[in-house]
Design a protein around this ligand. Structure first.
Ligand code: SF4
Ligand code: SF4
Length: 177
């Protein structure tokens, strides 16, 4: 499991889709929105806002599972593990667009688009790569940088879960009192 990852709090999401826009920008060739929208291969977002009951937005992205069903289903071994960072990353040059990864993923987070790193392919599997280049440079993932409501944060997994345990404890004692 990732030590530090993107934590999603859907109850704070307002559906502004800034995370999707900034994700696509971060994965473009020029990494600047004004020029990215004019690139010959348009970068696409790797986070998606689903619509739930009463049209409530739900940010959905790759969980970087271990083991990962997408990786196990991929015959040409186009999905590699970045063990140090706990990420599952698609190599577009190896992807044959068979769709097996998308069918195996329980979270429906893989899409198929043209990709700047495989320009000869009509479509390849595209999904979250943890913004590994940004994180290595000391930044947070682009979706987190874009989200102004706190629906997406980049946190230590175990600290987040510890806080959750404390919230549960407060709620439990609150009910009894
Ligand atoms: S940026 Fe934050 S609030 Fe906006 S859609 Fe994405 S997750 Fe929701
Ligand atoms: S694409 Fe789906 S199956 Fe693969 S690591 Fe991400 S969430 Fe897990």
């Amino acid at each position: 499991m990732l030590k530090k990852t993107v934590i999603v709090r859907p109850e704070l999401c307002v559906g502004c889709m800034q995370c999707m826009i900034r994700c696509a920008e971060a994965h473009s060739q020029t990494k600047a929105l004004a020029s990215a929208i004019r690139e010959d291969i348009l970068a696409k977002p790797r986070i998606h806002i689903g619509v739930g009951p009463e049209k409530k937005p739900f940010p959905n992205k790759c969980r970087h599972c271990e083991p990962a069903p997408c990786q196990e289903a991929c015959m040409p071994a186009a999905i590699r593990s970045d063990v140090a960072e706990g990420l599952k990353i698609v190599d577009p040059a190896r992807c044959i667009s068979c769709g097996m990864c998308a069918m195996a993923c329980p979270y429906y987070v893989i899409r198929f688009y043209r990709d700047k790193d495989a320009p000869g392919h009509p479509s390849v599997a595209v999904k979250c790569d943890g913004c590994f280049e940004r994180v290595a440079a000391g930044d947070v993932p682009a979706c987190v940088a874009a989200c102004k409501t706190g629906a997406l944060t980049f946190e230590d997994v175990n600290l987040y879960l510890k806080e959750g345990t404390n919230r549960l404890a407060h709620a439990a004692y609150g009910v009894r009192s």
